[in-house]
Design a protein around this ligand. Structure first.
Ligand code: BGC
Length: 500
């Protein structure tokens, strides 16, 4: 067989076997590369590390379910199961103009939402990318930035026409604040930050009431907005999705972080008994289940790469489930596997790999792109490695990378299924089935993520798992936040549980 060829095709070996061949470049021949067999052997090793059997999944779901129950019983649990004081489902008839500020992880978004009733709405919005520095600066400065952006947005949108803000002198607009980090809440317009997640580390914020901090910034910048409700993205997703699809019982985010919310009967939330809320009322629970298995690491199948991700993070020990599942970490897990193979002399011998050695240099979007590369040659993967990391790859290596991305992405989706399954099983939703509104970059952009979640649900529940169906949610952090502000305003105007 010739050692270098252009194009692709097949050839028959003297043994009778058929071998596929693909274009190779001159560069590849000059560099020592791992053989196809070596790569296949390595893949097998990682397969056993990253594969979750249905039996293991069922064990995780059981432990997960117990953890959720414990969080409802007692304060201060690892998975805090936060009562949000969002009482029941929206009627669909909420109306009016609301501002929403969404501080989520990657971007800051400010929105004007006009709720038109009958499940209809209009939204105008602006997005601002948050820099890495902004995620570490003084907490109050971050809220000042949010207030400044909101002020600019309002100034740009004041006007009489539809879609504009019609604001008279001295008036304020109701504001829903979506702050997607775990906060314990004494009332809906209060939230004490338990811990930063998703790489944020702004000092002087943990342990403080972030609603009060934001109000201070709004006042400082003369923003005509009145903060009515503080929610997290999952609660918004739950409510916004139910607003348009009343079969929805769970709202989930699979993005930079991961989490879920659902509606719980007050009689089951033992830890808020003293508030004397009607036992038959319902309150949305923000599970904050990204924290599942934190600190003790008893239940999740963590590989040595997960341990490194955890130990080198700004929050070692915390958000253990999230670190295996969410978009912030999947690229880093893959990079660490590649580094191991570089250190073992398997990959990129004789090439300069310094660009791969930078923490978080390997974006989770690369895993999506690798999995969806439609070419035989895996040209997308060639592009990623040459363009971003200045290293040459052979086809065998590229096939390995694609298979590795698949293992990491699939494990994330199957663990995501375990989180959903824990809520389904706890709430007994399996028989009647339920819709799950899901959002976030992984869910929306990672090829096959939703299918793998569904497959996972069948592995956990058998055929009945098919009755749990995820779908692309409504915009929870914008529209959901506005609906919740509207519900809260109506509740308080009616004098219902005004203290929360
Ligand atoms: C946060 C949650 C949030 C989730 C998805 C997690 O890191 O703690 O509040 O819902 O990310 O954005």
């Amino acid at each position: 067989m010739p050692t270098s060829r252009r194009g692709s095709g097949t050839t028959t070996l003297p043994s009778g076997q058929t071998l596929a061949f693909h274009t190779r470049t001159q560069d590849e021949e000059d560099l020592p590369h791992a053989t196809k067999k070596t790569m296949a052997d390595h893949l097998r090793k990682y397969e056993s590390l990253f594969t979750l059997t249905p039996q293991r999944m069922r064990m995780i779901v059981e432990a997960f379910k117990d953890t959720l129950e414990l969080g409802l019983e007692k304060n201060g649990q690892i998975v805090p199961m936060i009562p949000t004081y969002v009482f029941g489902w929206p009627s669909g008839d909420e109306r009016g103009e609301f501002l929403a500020v969404d501080l989520g992880g990657t971007n800051l978004r400010v929105c004007l939402v006009t709720l038109q009733g009958e499940g209809k709405f209009e939204i105008t919005q602006s997005k601002y990318r948050l820099s890495e520095e902004q995620k570490q600066e003084e907490g109050q400065k971050l809220f000042d930035f949010c207030a400044e952006c909101l002020k600019t947005f309002i100034d740009q949108h004041i006007g009489e026409e539809p879609g504009m803000i019609n604001l008279k002198e001295g008036e304020t607009l109701p504001l829903g604040f979506t702050f997607s980090y775990p906060c314990s809440q004494q009332r809906i317009d209060h939230g004490e930050l338990i811990r930063w997640t998703k790489g944020f580390g702004n000092p002087n914020t943990e342990g403080h009431d972030v609603a009060a901090m934001f109000r201070q910034s709004l006042a400082k910048h003369d923003v005509p907005a009145n903060l009515i409700s503080l929610i997290c993205d999952t609660t918004g997703t739950l409510i916004a999705s139910h607003y348009v699809n009343p079969k929805t019982k769970i709202g989930c985010i699979f993005g930079t972080g991961c989490n879920a919310a659902y509606m719980e009967k007050v009689s089951n939330i033992t830890k808020i008994k003293e508030l004397q809320i009607d036992e038959n009322a319902e309150i949305a629970i923000n599970c904050e289940y990204g924290a599942f298995d934190s600190f003790h690491h008893e239940h999740l199948p963590r590989t040595k790469f997960d341990t490194i991700v955890d130990e080198t993070s700004n929050k070692p020990g915390e958000q253990s489930f999230e670190k295996l599942v969410s978009g912030r970490y999947l690229g880093e897990i893959m990079r660490l596997v590649i580094l191991e193979l570089i250190d073992d002399g398997v990959l990129f011998l004789g090439q300069n790999t310094y660009k791969l050695e930078v923490p978080y240099a390997f974006d989770t979007a690369f895993l999506s792109l690798m999995e969806s590369d439609p070419t035989d040659e895996l040209l997308m993967i060639i592009g990623i490695f040459t363009h971003f990391f200045a290293v040459e790859t052979t086809l065998a290596e590229r096939q390995f990378f694609r298979a590795l991305a698949k293992l990491i992405g699939r494990r994330a989706a199957r663990l995501s299924a375990c989180g959903i399954a824990a809520i389904v099983s706890k709430m007994g939703y399996l028989e009647e089935g339920c819709a799950v509104g899901a959002d976030g970059s992984l869910y929306n952009k990672y090829p096959g993520f939703a299918d793998r979640i569904h497959e996972g649900l069948v592995d956990v529940f058998g055929d009945k798992g098919r009755s749990i169906v995820t779908y692309h949610a409504e915009d929870g952090s914008g529209v959901g936040s506005a609906i919740i502000a509207a519900m809260t305003k109506a509740r308080k105007d009616a004098g219902l549980y005004v203290q929360v």
